[in-house]
Ligand binder design. Structure first.
Ligand code: ATP
Ligand code: MG
Length: 429
């Protein structure tokens, strides 16, 4: 048996309801705020991600599916959406559009990860980007919109963590200061943290070792080192969120896996998710477009994991599938109780009429299906019940049909050409 690759999954018809709900909420919330949907290719030049996401990040270091295109060029299945959207912004000269350009996407992404619950090798993200605005309102608006989406989906136990990274230069100086502090306190740090002082000093904030944690309480915090403009921007974002009644925790240790962030950084988590608690997050990336070869242009955005939203909000109202009409051809000698008996010839003559009736019904806007398996009348009526069909039309010959109201069981004989009108009349009542 051939199986789907590890870390991938099939989206079955029974899964579609919840996904449709998510898509509808995203579309409604983001469209109302002036965001337009964008679709970029599933693969891109590898360089886009090494330059855009950052060569030192986990994503670029070990999570990319890269391959040779056969002509010596390296391509990569997209691991994230911001760099591709910015590439498209530059490539299509969107800076000529009225600023800001507000875009959203709902697409599949690919990362070579260790598959677990909520962590897959092909997964979906819904994301939104505002390109060409540097005001704190843009950051706060995006946070509010993601909050609304999570709320509309009923994601349980949501928490919002917020930080600011300032500028890369500030971060560089801070990193040196933190490294110095860790070296001075090396004796009290866990062996693991001590070994990584030079490599990744920020990781020390994540340690669960009690002695290390005690040291980190006194460690310098990046938030206290922001330049005056960055501090002012961050204060404005917080004020806007306060005014909007959005709860958040300032988390000076928040680090995200992408290098391009400047200033605001945020993450929504859900306590109901266990280890993979990140539902969605994002931040400001004022240096990214320039880094990708465009004119210096500020940007801010987020991405949220579709599977994690659905895991944290499993109870999606299932919209019932509507079937207005099931069209059956009366099998030979198997006519409905109240209908005329069908001969073999009649049944044969009924087939094109039944086929045409289903088409006519769909043209009139009805959800109409044709019985395709040739099952007996009794079994076809049972099937109609299973589908939840409102009406069944049993086409007896080229002219005549029996229309059965599945709710009450009433039947009426009528010309095949009058069936659709009768249903439409019935539906209006
Ligand atoms: P994590 O810390 O869980 O690895 P991340 O920081 O790599 O997340 P981002 O790159 O910011 O995540 O992606 C945004 C969102 O996409 C995450 O919050 C998560 O909901 C989802 N996500 C990321 N990687 C995966 C994956 N491999 N499978 C499913 N969802 C994912
Ligand atoms: Mg990750």
């Amino acid at each position: 048996m051939i199986q789907a690759p590890k870390g991938t999954y099939d989206v079955l018809p029974s899964d579609q309801g919840a996904r449709r709900t998510l898509r509808a909420h995203a579309e409604r919330i983001l469209t109302a705020a002036g965001y337009s949907r964008i679709e970029t290719p599933a693969f891109e030049p590898t360089e886009l991600f090494s330059r855009g996401v950052g060569a030192a990040t986990d994503i670029v270091q070990k999570e990319m599916y890269s391959f040779d295109d056969g002509a010596g060029r390296s391509l990569t299945l997209r691991p994230e959406g911001t760099a591709p959207v910015c590439r498209a912004y530059i490539e299509h000269g969107m800076h000529k559009l009225p600023a800001p350009v507000k875009l959203w996407y709902l697409s599949a992404f690919f990362r070579a990860e260790n598959p677990q619950r909520g962590r897959y090798r092909q997964f979906w993200q819904v994301g939104a980007e505002v390109i060409g605005a540097d005001s704190p309102e843009a950051d706060a608006e995006l946070i509010v919109l993601l909050g609304e989406l999570l709320e509309a989906m009923g994601v349980a136990s949501v928490r919002l963590r917020l930080a600011s990274l300032g500028q890369p230069e500030t971060r560089g100086a801070y990193r040196a200061e933190l490294t110095e502090y860790l070296r001075a306190n090396a004796a009290s740090l866990s062996a693991e943290v001590r070994a990584r002082i030079e490599l990744n000093p920020m990781r020390a904030f994540d340690s669960s070792d009690p002695q290390t944690r005690a040291v980190m309480v006194g460690a310098p915090k990046l938030l206290d080192r922001l330049g005056p403009d960055d501090a002012e921007h961050f204060a404005c974002v917080r004020e806007l969120l306060d005014a909007a009644g959005i709860g958040y925790e300032i988390d000076p240790t928040l680090v995200r896996g992408l290098d391009y962030y400047t200033r605001t950084l945020f993450e929504f988590t859900s306590d109901s998710l266990g280890a993979q608690s990140g539902v969605g997050g994002g931040g400001r990336y004022d240096r990214l477009i320039e880094q990708l070869g465009g004119k210096s242009t500020p940007g801010v955005g987020w991405a949220a994991g579709v599977e994690r939203i659905l895991l944290a909000a499993p109870d999606q109202p299932r919209a019932p599938e509507l079937v207005d009409l099931l069209v059956i051809t009366a099998p030979a000698g198997d006519a409905p109780a109240a209908g005329p008996g069908g001969s073999g010839d009649d049944a044969r003559a009924a087939r094109p009429a039944a086929f045409e009736l289903a088409r006519e019904a769909r043209r009139a806007g009805l959800a109409a299906q044709l019985e395709l398996t040739g099952r007996s009348l009794k079994s076809a009526l049972k099937h109609a019940d299973r589908l939840g069909a409102r009406y069944v039309a049993i086409v007896n010959d080229s002219q005549q049909a029996t229309l059965r109201d599945m709710a009450g069981g009433e039947q009426q004989e009528l010309a095949t050409g009058a069936v659709v009108a009768a249903i439409l009349r019935g539906k209006r009542l």
